[in-house]
Design a protein around this ligand. Structure first.
Ligand SMILES: Cc1cc2nc3c(=O)[nH]c(=O)nc-3n(C[C@H](O)[C@H](O)[C@H](O)COP(=O)(O)OP(=O)(O)OC[C@H]3O[C@@H](n4cnc5c(N)ncnc54)[C@H](O)[C@@H]3O)c2cc1C
Length: 595
């Protein structure tokens, strides 16, 4: 693990076997004026136009929702990744990230926004013909038209490729489509639907279908736990006559459209969750400062400081991971020679390259925001459980993030699965690294580096150790199960947990190390957040690795591995109590998230 890679040249998953120079990593502290401006535009729109009409949206006033979509479009917020030729503003992925974070201020509008920007506009840009782009993109980007994405069916959610919707090919090349899609966001009022159907019952294919075509209708609104201000309906297709030029991409290649859309959708969902975490910390800090019990503000109690400190540290790690990943994707796109703005291929390739990181963003984002939202509700006590305060609404709204865009279980299987595939294709020398590590572990003289008291040196070392644990568990899994590994979901899920913690903790450390080099006034708080992240990750990683190894090895091999694991993970505990208190005090003083 000796190479110090620049993030400018890094490939997806390479962080696992290479070291990263903190100076090259994208962080929120490095946002440009342009990024700040688009963030402000999005924040002003959502806080000024959407949040104040929440009650009407929750009553399903879709006329109002459509007006808001139009306003959002007029501000350029749907077109951050779309070239000017199709009405977009062609900005980088960091801009998309800051917009998504801000839009998350209103979760229901966030869902409407996501279905439009990520699930309709993007697939048309990435896979559409020139005529399809000209026909649909300007209207969708401006918000004049509303889009939605119809993949799921009642019998096929995670197993989306087994859809029953059929497209019968006609002699003139057109199709007749019949079937029923389920849980479709924007279903009740969209004009354009991306619909997946099997041509002649066999070839999974994406189509662009318009609501006005005969036979297209939407069913009743679902009664949901949350997101009441977002439309979710079945979409019914009854013998819909669809012209040949409505195929999006190629017949039989619908999986390419579906999976690539999900790659980016997952990254953006992570961004929305990060925005939700940020927003929730404001509520938690304000309530903890204002609410008095036993004659003092509850924020003065250690138990509440623990919560605020931990919420802040987890938000810090999530955010660090999101910005780092956005920077990697942008660098990959920018490195394409002679890139033309209207060429979607570099973006498509970059999103595929960082599909593992996008899945990590989705899982970590949805679970971090759920943690933060749950602790916010707890800080609110009884007030957290009643509708007079927003805490309970956030709790209901956020729960679906672990379900859509691929459930977290499916994403946990994908994370190590995709990495292993890269390794088998020779794109990532994981196997060689795992073999070298195994030789090192089996050697009685395996060395553990000396303590180093430079700032964050222990944390940098710990992240290196986490990567070795990944290699140890992955190598053992490959040896034990070989090609049958994909059937070992528990082992894969443990591995995913270790990978997620490793990438997030290292992202936090890189951001804090960059802060140490730049010396901002809050540098100590950066270090606190990163050190807590590493400390907590170490505990979780040890447990996951022990459980995984115990399920895969036995006898002397297991004993040797567990002994090696103990030696590797011999991290000196740090006083996270004092660090969390510092983070909490700063959060209370600011009345919100401090970074
Ligand atoms: C509010 C909302 C909005 C939505 N918006 C859209 C939309 O706009 N467009 C769209 O197409 N869909 C949409 N969906 C559908 C959503 O994508 C699916 O609900 C999701 O993919 C899960 O599918 P499912 O509900 O059929 O669950 P299932 O696939 O039945 O899963 C049930 C459980 O089994 C687990 N499971 C399933 N398969 C496996 C496996 N192979 N290994 C291990 N565990 C497994 C899952 O993780 C889950 O815990 C939306 C859903 C909701 C609730």
């Amino acid at each position: 693990m000796a190479t110090v890679a620049s993030d400018k040249t890094m490939k997806g998953g390479a962080w696992l076997i290479e070291e990263t120079d903190p100076a090259t990593v994208m962080t929120p502290e490095k946002l440009t004026e342009e990024h700040q401006l688009i963030r402000q535009t999005a924040a002003e729109f959502i806080n000024g136009e959407v949040v104040p009409v929440n009650d009407r949206l929750e009553q399903k006033d879709w006329t109002l929702q459509r007006e808001l979509v139009k306003k959002c479009g007029s501000l350029g917020l749907f077109g951050t990744n779309i070239p000017e030729a199709y009405g977009g503003v062609d900005l980088d992925k960091i801009s998309t990230l800051v917009v998504s974070e801000s839009i998350a201020e209103h979760a229901s509008f966030g869902a409407t926004f996501g279905a439009q920007a990520n699930l309709t506009i993007l697939p048309i840009f990435m896979f559409g013909t020139e005529a399809q782009k000209q026909k649909y993109l300007p209207g969708l980007v401006s918000g004049e038209m509303v889009g939605s994405y119809c993949l799921s069916e009642s019998g096929s959610g995670s197993d989306a490729l087994s859809a029953k919707t059929r497209a019968a090919r006609q002699p003139d090349g057109s199709f007749v489509i019949s079937g029923e899609k389920m849980w479709i966001t924007n279903g009740g009022f969209a004009d354009v639907y991306i619909v997946f159907a099997k041509v002649d019952g066999e070839h999974f294919t994406a189509f662009i279908i318009e609501r006005k075509w005969a036979g297209v209708s939407s069913g009743k609104e679902e009664h949901k736990l949350g997101l009441h201000g977002s439309s979710t309906t079945p979409v019914i297709l009854q013998d819909v006559k669809v012209p040949a030029d409505a195929v999006l991409g190629e017949v039989g290649k619908g999986h390419k459209v579906a999976f690539n859309v999900l790659n980016f959708g997952r990254f953006k969902l992570g961004a929305m969750c990060s925005g939700g975490g940020r927003r929730t910390l404001v509520e938690a800090a304000k309530y903890a400062a204002a609410r008095k019990q036993f004659g003092v503000a509850i924020g003065t109690f250690g138990a509440i400081k623990h919560k605020l400190g931990e919420m802040t540290a987890r938000q810090y790690a999530l955010e660090s991971m999101m910005y780092r990943t956005a920077g990697l994707i942008d660098a990959r796109i920018a490195a394409t020679p002679d890139r033309r703005a209207d060429d979607a291929a570099p973006m498509l390739q970059a999103l595929e390259e960082f599909a593992v990181e996008s899945s990590i963003a989705k899982v970590l984002g949805s679970e971090t925001v759920d943690y933060i939202i749950d602790e916010n509700l707890q800080i609110h006590g009884g007030n957290g459980f009643v509708r007079d305060y927003p805490a309970e609404g956030h709790y209901r709204d956020a729960r679906v993030n672990r379900i859509f865009e691929g459930t977290n279980e499916i994403n946990r299987l994908l994370i190590p699965g995709m990495l292993m595939k890269k390794a088998l294709k020779g794109e990532l020398p994981l196997m060689a690294a795992a073999k070298a590590l195994q030789d090192e572990i089996m050697s009685p003289s395996m060395s553990v580096p000396d303590e180093d008291d430079r700032p964050l040196a222990a944390e940098v070392r710990a992240c290196g150790v986490f990567k070795k644990v990944v290699l140890m568990v992955a190598g053992t899994a490959m040896q034990r199960f070989g090609t049958k590994l994909e059937q070992e979901q528990e082992a894969l899920s443990y591995l995913a947990d270790i990978l997620i913690d490793t990438y997030a903790a290292e992202s936090a450390v890189l951001r804090a190390a960059d802060a140490v080099a730049r010396k901002p006034a809050n540098v100590e708080l950066h270090q606190d957040a990163a050190r807590i992240s590493v400390n907590e990750a170490a505990g979780r990683i040890e447990l996951a690795a022990r459980s995984a190894l115990a399920a895969m090895a036995e006898g002397d091999v297991l004993r040797t591995q567990l002994a090696a694991l103990r030696r590797l993970l011999k991290v000196t505990p740090v006083n996270t109590v004092v660090m969390r208190r510092r983070l909490a005090d700063a959060t209370l003083a600011k009345g919100g998230y401090i970074f």
